[in-house]
Write a new protein. Sequence first.
Length: 395
Amino acid sequence: MRKWRGISDRLGQWRKGHRRFRWWSLLILALLVAPMLSACAGGGARHESWPGLMVSDGTLYVANLEHVQALNAETGKVYWSFPEGESKKVQPFYSTPVLAESYGEHGFLLVAGYSDHTVYALALGASPAERPDEVWRFEGAGGQYVGTGTLADGLFIIGNGDGSVYALNVEDGSEAWHFITRDRVWATPVVVGDTVYVASLDHHLYALDLASGDELWQTEMRGAIAGTPVVTAGSLWVGDFASTLYQVDLESGSILWTWEAADWLWATPAVADDVLYLADVSGHVYAFDAATRAFIWDAPSIVDDVIRGRPIVNQEDHLLIVPGYEKGKLYAIDTQTGKLRQDWGVTLENPGRLPGDLVADGTRLYTLPILVQERVQAFDLDSGELLWSSPQPTE
């Protein structure tokens, strides 16, 4: 009996090590292949990365790989694309656009390019259909923009592949400060009060002064951090590639508590009423009360897919919707029981893959599939019915 128990334990360790080796291999492959894929943007190859979108007042702003586009959220009609033509120097775009509504006459859209290492500010028109004008650009970074930026106190703060975090004055694009980490920054900086929290692939979480960019503290984690930290129940929560969830004190950076998942925590958690919804790359989904450190479900919900993108919560229908990366499927989980809901969603003939975060506006759920012709899709948030795809598939 002891012999079989020992074999079982070793097999479990091997499987866990095998999963981590697989994901380190995929991560390294993504870093090596991305520049080559960017050179093929005008051809048949599609990028294997995580494009992003945001929705505001009925308009979708999409980092749609080859372009940044504005679409009608109800119909999927494309209003405009930036740049207007094909530009291999500029494309692709991975970083989710950020809307700075209080700048210019009708707001700025802040766009970060991957290949050209440039942040653009586009002045929006009086209507969503009006093509924007470029008002400034920042070309001071040394690497690619993958993650999304954030706005705070007149600054646009964004991480870069050169290991730095840049704070730009939204008004004119001038650099206010930058802070250097020891590896790429893919996570979105998080601002609480006058402090900026930055997670890096260098295994560290940093707290910076918002006004100056000076370091206040740094805390070392066990693994690289790709997901954006979240703030709830008075603490900062962050997961890493060592499968560990950390509760971090906002003031000191002290690690208050840790918990280990079954596999890497790549996706940013969803948060609703101090409940964290976590998904690891092996498809285990957890519901966790951040205030009490207690699990909502007796066991994790199991999704038969790889999870990289952030889920969303439809609180009205008690649904957690999770994007499956490899199968390109949306999974609905009952937030009260942790059970998969078979009555939600549709089966698509060729769904592609879903590496990015999910976005919803209260009525519709939006996805950005890759490796398929359909670049943007809208689903009914209550039923999971496919409402539209853009562009429309050809026969």
